[in-house]
Design a protein around this ligand. Structure first.
Ligand SMILES: [Fe+2]
Ligand SMILES: [Fe+2]
Length: 250
């Protein structure tokens, strides 16, 4: 049953594959200099945050496959890693070609401190513990897939898409972002499946306490009360589903 679930996710992930280099950013680059400064600042903080965060998730996924202990789950993590590298390349292109920022050396300065802390400190520390056998997969998946992807990325993506859609600008960034969102949905699904496999959320560490901090990571302009409430409600529903599945399995 679970193996079929992983294979189904893998097939879904394969169908979603897209080419980051093919997204046309020329109109975005041409429009950028005339953008309202407040709007440009908001977009810069979000794109810069995603530059840092997607590089970090791409770099720290490698211990997950070996820890999963089954080849179907490992194949899903391998495909996810490919997606994360593509996301990092896409946001790097957006930073360089549209915003005129070097993604490697310039993005950090514009990213929210809360985002930097989660992706440069919390995530590497937990990935290192997972690789060393000092953390179990559910704790790592709880942070990576449910909190970082399911809450932080979801809030940032929604904010960026809302901002660009309301202003009617940067169609190329919107196009790539929508594809990133599609990928992240199956990644979170993979996380939920792993936790289900492990018998619920009991071993998922401090997922619940991290959630509120994660939801606020982008700062108050992006993490509005409405967005935070929505993301935490979705997160709570995921935890409820997991708790029920865990109880049913016991
Ligand atoms: Fe990603
Ligand atoms: Fe992801």
């Amino acid at each position: 049953m679970t193996l079929a679930g992983y294979d189904h996710l893998l097939a879904a992930g394969r169908r979603l594959q897209w080419d980051d280099a093919a997204v046309d950013l020329r109109a975005d680059a041409a429009a950028w200099p005339a953008l309202d400064p407040a709007l440009a600042a908001r977009v810069t903080a979000l794109v810069a945050g995603f530059c840092v965060a997607e590089v970090a998730v791409a770099a720290h996924l490698h211990p997950f496959g070996p820890a999963a202990g089954n080849p179907s789950a490992a194949a899903c993590f391998a495909l996810q890693a490919q997606d994360e590298r593509r996301h990092a390349r896409f946001f790097a292109r957006a930073a360089a070609e549209v915003l005129g920022i070097d993604p490697d050396t310039g993005a950090r300065a514009f990213a929210a401190p809360g985002v930097l802390a989660l992706f440069e400190t919390d995530l590497p520390a937990l990935a290192d513990r997972l690789a060393a056998g000092d953390a179990a997969l559910p704790e790592a998946v709880g942070l990576y897939h449910l909190v970082l992807e399911g809450i932080v990325f979801a809030i940032g993506q929604e904010a960026l898409l809302d901002t660009l859609t309301v202003a009617g600008v940067l169609p190329g960034v919107r196009d790539g972002l929508a594809r990133v969102q599609g990928d992240e949905r199956w990644h979170v699904g993979l996380g939920v499946m792993c936790l289900q496999d492990a018998g619920g959320t009991a071993e998922a560490g401090d997922v619940a306490t991290l959630a509120a901090r994660a939801a606020a990571a982008w700062g108050p302009d992006v993490a509005t009360p409405e967005r935070v409430e929505r993301a935490l409600a979705v997160h709570a529903r995921r935890l409820t589903v997991l708790a029920r599945a865990g109880a049913a399995a016991r």
